[in-house]
Design a protein around this ligand. Structure first.
Ligand code: NAD
Length: 372
């Protein structure tokens, strides 16, 4: 009888032979009886080869439906490194000045923008004008006005715009959403979202208002806003918010250190959230309904996400968020797949409208109504 090893080797061969099939990973080799994926593959260029871009690139090695094929960077040495690390041909490498020429490159389907927040608006619009689908990191833009312009540009260019909301594909998160939708928690009353970390180097772009657009709220607070929306399953109708700053040297004017905010929902539920750049180990969601609860801690980091409900521990498997995200996004772009929690530009815009209102509430001390 054929040995298991030979059988596995045979199974891996077609993937090696076809240029746009993912390279065989250990995870894939562990599933010998599933025939190799032969459907369409989304060919992606990453723009911004920094910390998170590298994480996405590494995770994409295990994707079935998405493949890293190109880069856009201002640093030639990084481009060289990525070329050899990820097997990227020179014809798929661009810089920030010439990337509009990607228009003439039929081997790239989508651009994933993973640069500092303030650059997203212009880079997404240029990518759309070049006729490429765009995936943009969170926050999608600095404010709702920019976000709307990005949505309009992508519509006009007839390309899709998605936002890198990796938690929308995380199995334990999806289980809590399923339970809520099935009525297992009863009427939802309350959500608490605590998110933050102690930010390091004061010279980094995250603490530069011009590049970050704000402080912790833009970077990490957005997880509590987004989480409140997908956990409660409604759109908020009002916001109140309060800022505290203990280190005005590090957190300059317009760069928030800590903001607490509250959201009111049409069904009567409220959310109470904290976003900070000044506390470690803060990554907790709590959802309370009339008949049950769900709590997750950690709730938004790279995992494993941990959680329990009134029915017991959540036991869904840990996945590499970015691998699942990119496979799912390929299905959305290439096959029009409908997902449980959307990741489109409209979803990004909803969070930006709330961020705008939070900053307005901090400034005025008023309760700010939200229009959907
Ligand atoms: P980073 O500083 O590690 O990388 C940013 C990259 O952008 C660098 O390669 C840098 O060279 C490049 N860049 C281009 N123009 C620049 C400029 N004018 N100034 C500074 N850098 C410039 O940052 P990061 O952590 O990779 O974050 C990038 C984006 O990804 C941000 O929008 C961030 O919010 C988002 N992000 C998302 C997640 C997530 O889990 N979804 C995690 C981390 C970061």
């Amino acid at each position: 009888m054929e040995s298991r090893r030979k059988f596995l080797q045979k199974m891996a061969l077609p993937a090696l032979a076809l240029p746009f099939l993912p390279s065989p990973s250990w995870a894939n080799l562990q599933k010998p009886f599933i025939s190799p994926y032969q459907g369409p593959v989304l060919r992606v260029a990453i723009m911004g080869l920094g910390g998170y871009g590298t994480r996405v690139a590494d995770a994409m090695k295990d994707c079935q439906k998405a493949k890293l094929v190109g880069v856009i960077s201002g640093t030639p040495s990084k481009v060289k490194d990525w070329q050899s690390k990820y097997g990227i041909p020179a014809k798929n490498c661009y810089n920030y000045e010439n990337f509009d020429q990607v228009k003439n490159n039929p081997d790239i389907d989508a651009i994933y923008v993973i640069t500092p927040n303030a650059l997203h608006h212009d880079q997404v619009i240029r990518s759309a004008k070049a006729g490429k689908h765009v995936i943009c990191e969170k926050p999608m833009a600095l404010n709702a006005k920019e976000g709307q312009e990005m949505i309009d540009a992508c519509k006009q260019a007839n390309v899709k715009l998605l936002v890198g909301y990796r938690m929308h594909f995380e199995p334990k998160t999806l289980e809590v959403i399923r339970m809520r939708e099935a009525g297992e928690l009863g009427e939802i009353k309350f959500f608490q979202g605590l998110v933050g970390f102690r930010v390091g180097d004061p010279a980094q772009w995250r603490l530069n208002k011009d590049l970050a657009g704000g402080g912790s709220m833009m970077d990490i607070g957005i997880y509590a806003i987004n989480g409140a929306r997908y956990m409660i399953g409604e759109e908020p109708v009002w916001v109140t918010a309060q800022e505290t700053k203990t280190d005005p040297t590090k957190f300059k004017q317009g760069v928030d250190e800590t903001i607490q905010f509250q959201l009111g929902f049409p069904g009567g539920a409220t959310a109470s959230c904290l976003s900070t750049y000044n506390m470690n180990n803060l990554d907790k969601f709590f959802l309370n309904g009339a008949n049950g609860f769900a709590e997750m801690q950690p709730s938004t980091n790279y995992g494993p996400i941990k959680g329990r409900t009134h029915k017991g521990e959540l036991s869904q498997p840990h996945v590499t968020h970015q691998t699942v995200q990119m496979d799912e996004m390929a299905s959305i772009i290439l096959e029009g797949k409908q997902v449980v929690v959307p990741v489109d530009g409209e979803e990004g815009l909803k969070d930006l409208k709330i961020i705008d209102a939070i900053y307005q509430a901090v400034k005025t001390g008023n309760k700010i109504p939200l229009k959907s």
